[in-house]
Ligand binder design. Structure first.
Ligand code: WTA
Length: 652
């Protein structure tokens, strides 16, 4: 972000007080900050008490071997029991867990907590029959259908860590994740609905199986009814196994530190990192934050988070947090604009959604379409709005609050990461006033700071690196199979202080409130999705015509950042042919998935490199953002940039 944008941001002086009624009945009040600061572990133990434990812990936190934390040591629990069974036992079996809305209009299902319990038990039995035991990994590659949630909870129930792979990822991306965590079983569907048409999923699993031999069984939900290839030795229909299984399943309890799931996310190298979350601490973090930040009143609220369960937001704020709290939710299969552009607002009206959680990129696209579309619906049920995934620009925040929230609703801008497992920095809706663009301060229980390279806390009005200075229950425990990378990535920069380095830049304003500005490493944020520049570069270089590639994230009005690639072709490829750019874009889609497809690819003769051979991405970003190219004095050959800039202007 340029300094100019930054100072404009910091001049933002609109303030929104919490609505009086919400403040008067808020789940958490001002006092929680002091209580948590005075006895952090005691505060977290109180939060862990929201869960049902088969056996209580002896020690809240074991931090004797940092950065490897153990929370609620000695405790035993079952995550699925906490999310499902206990609500049924408490007499809430008839309560709606999910109002599921399929993309084809009128394709809906209502699922109560009792029904969810039966289905999770059936799936747990079926997975056990397929040979899955505690500790075995199960991959889930599915559309947003109830069976996806059921599969996750069934895994949790039998202690088999799941790894959900976003359905938009390619077979290559799927195969590398399957191999990395050695997934024995894949749960998938024949396909799902996307923009009104069925799109296939199972073929990608079939193809992934040609690239890895770890998978023993594939459990397939029939969603669209489209034709699928079938391997009798491997493939099993959901309706012939799960739906035939017993609804009785005997529960087992697991250690608080038993692995719950692995979620892959992009890092600064080409290889995605498998972020490991465990049971007791993670569930405590997800349940507490969902209750505190969204001020959840489980008896009356209808909560809707629009994320896909293929991302961490879907894990913490569709599956684990809300279900542990016994919430009633909307679960939606499709895109915001199918079959019509007002689909989301129609769903809010139809189900009386009270709490709505989405991403800035979606808000910006609605702003562009104009307020007539949401104005055509009654959105008066909404009482709280949330934002996640990337910095929300003040205009989008104000539009969201005004047009969607009718000026009644607080907006909670929640900062967190796959690694943090739960929300870390956010306003509390009944306590903190809203400042458009600022995530404000760490929630009670969390300790964060903005520091210099040397680890000095920056004064108000200055920027630096965002760090978390104390361990928290939902923190990642390691990178799957790679403790060293875990230490190097997050804990080496401030090893002396023992702080977690988040990889984000942030600024403290004159009140000391935090503004998260974006990544300071080679990770891009496109429409709220994390992508690694190196991963896309590797995908490009795997194309036979490509010799070298450099990728940068350039500012984009709609998607926050966009993928821009600079590519040198091999000599034998000549000019690559007329369709080279499209060919390369499709190649990236095939290698990683549609979300990684570059917005722009420039074929260049050279890349700007320092004398030591490092690509200067900063200069390429200048070109991609149509700025005057910055200081080139450290380049080995400074004329390279003239050629690239000339090429860019030619292209316009
Ligand atoms: C960015 C998504 C500004 C940030 C939950 C972080 C944000 C990365 C915000 C994590 C926010 C997330 N304001 N930036 N409210 N929320 N980010 O792992 O750069 O997909 O490091 O987790 O998204 O992305 P991830």
């Amino acid at each position: 972000m340029s300094d100019e944008t930054l100072s404009n941001l910091l001049k933002e002086d609109r303030r929104f007080e919490p609505p009086a009624e919400l403040a008067a009945n808020a789940n958490l009040t001002e006092e929680a900050y002091e209580r948590a600061a005075a006895d952090r572990e005691g505060f977290w133990a109180e939060q862990a008490d929201r869960l049902s434990w088969d056996q209580k812990w002896d020690t809240v936190l074991d931090w004797t071997n940092p950065p490897f934390a153990k929370w609620f040591v000695g405790g035993r629990l079952n995550a699925a029991y906490n999310c499902v069974d206990r609500h049924v036992e408490a007499g809430h079996g008839d309560k709606v867990a999910f109002h599921w809305v399929g993309e084809p209009a009128d394709d809906k299902r209502t699922i109560t907590y009792s029904q969810l319990k039966d289905e999770v038990s059936q799936a747990a039995n079926a997975l056990t029959d397929l040979g899955v035991g505690a500790g075995d990994r199960v991959a889930i590659y599915m559309p947003m259908i109830p069976e996806a949630v059921v599969a996750m909870l069934a895994c949790a129930r039998i202690g088999a860590p799941h790894t959900v792979v976003f359905g938009g990822f390619s077979s290559d991306a799927l195969a590398s994740r399957l191999t990395d965590c050695q997934a024995k079983v894949v749960v998938t569907a024949d396909g799902g609905y996307r923009r009104g048409a069925p799109s296939a999923l199972k073929p990608a699993v079939d193809e992934a199986r040609t690239k890895t031999d770890v998978v023993e069984k594939v459990l397939v939900v029939r969603r669209t009814g489209q034709d699928v290839a079938w391997d009798d030795d491997v493939d099993v229909w959901w309706h012939e196994s799960v739906e035939q299984a017993s609804t009785e399943h005997e529960l087992e309890f697991f250690d608080a530190e038993h692995p719950l799931y692995v979620m892959y996310t992009s890092g600064t190298t080409g290889k995605p990192k498998g972020i490991l979350h465990t049971t007791g601490g993670y569930l405590t973090g997800a349940a507490y934050t969902h209750w505190a930040v969204f001020d959840l009143k489980p008896e009356t609220d209808v909560y809707w988070c629009t994320a896909d369960i293929g991302w961490v937001t879907g894990h913490s704020y569709i599956v684990y947090g809300p279900l542990a709290n016994g919430a009633t939710q909307v679960l939606y299969e499709g895109t915001p604009d199918s079959p019509e552009r007002g689909r989301w607002w129609q769903i809010i009206e139809e189900y009386g959604v009270t709490i709505f959680y989405t991403a800035p990129t979606a808000i910006r696209s609605f702003m562009k379409q104009g307020r007539e579309i949401p104005d055509a619906r009654d959105l008066s049920s909404l009482r709280l709005l949330g934002s996640v995934g990337e910095p929300i620009n003040p205009e989008a925040y104000v539009w969201y609050r005004h047009v969607i929230g009718g000026d009644r609703t607080p907006v909670v801008d929640t900062w967190w990461q796959t690694e943090t497992g739960s929300i870390m920095i956010s306003p509390l809706p009944g306590v903190t006033h809203g400042k458009p663009g600022s995530a404000m301060i760490p929630i009670p229980g969390v300790a964060a700071d903005v520091v210099t390279e040397e680890g000095e806390s920056v004064p108000n009005g200055s920027g630096g690196y965002l760090v978390l200075t104390e361990p928290w229950p939902a923190m990642l425990r390691t990178i799957w199979g790679d403790d060293q990378r875990f230490k190097d990535t997050y804990w080496s920069r401030y090893a002396k202080q023992g702080w977690y380095f988040a990889g984000d830049g942030a600024k403290k304003d004159s009140d000391g409130d935090l503004w998260v500005l974006g990544r300071v490493d080679d990770v891009m944020n496109v429409s709220g999705h994390r992508l690694s520049t190196t991963e896309i570069e590797s995908a490009l270089v795997s194309h036979p015509k490509v010799a070298e590639a450099a990728v940068v994230g350039a500012k984009d009005e709609d998607t926050g950042q966009a993928v821009c690639a600079f590519v040198i072709l091999r000599d034998e490829a000549g000019d690559g042919g007329a369709d080279i750019v499209e060919e390369l874009r499709n190649h990236v889609r095939k290698e990683i998935g549609a979300i990684a497809k570059p917005r722009q690819i420039m074929i260049v003769a050279e890349l700007p490199k320092t004398r030591s051979g490092k690509i200067m991405r900063r200069l390429l970003r200048d070109v991609a953002e149509n700025r005057e190219v910055g200081d080139v004095t450290t380049l080995a050959d400074s004329s390279v940039m003239d050629l690239i800039s000339a090429k860019q202007s030619e292209g316009k």
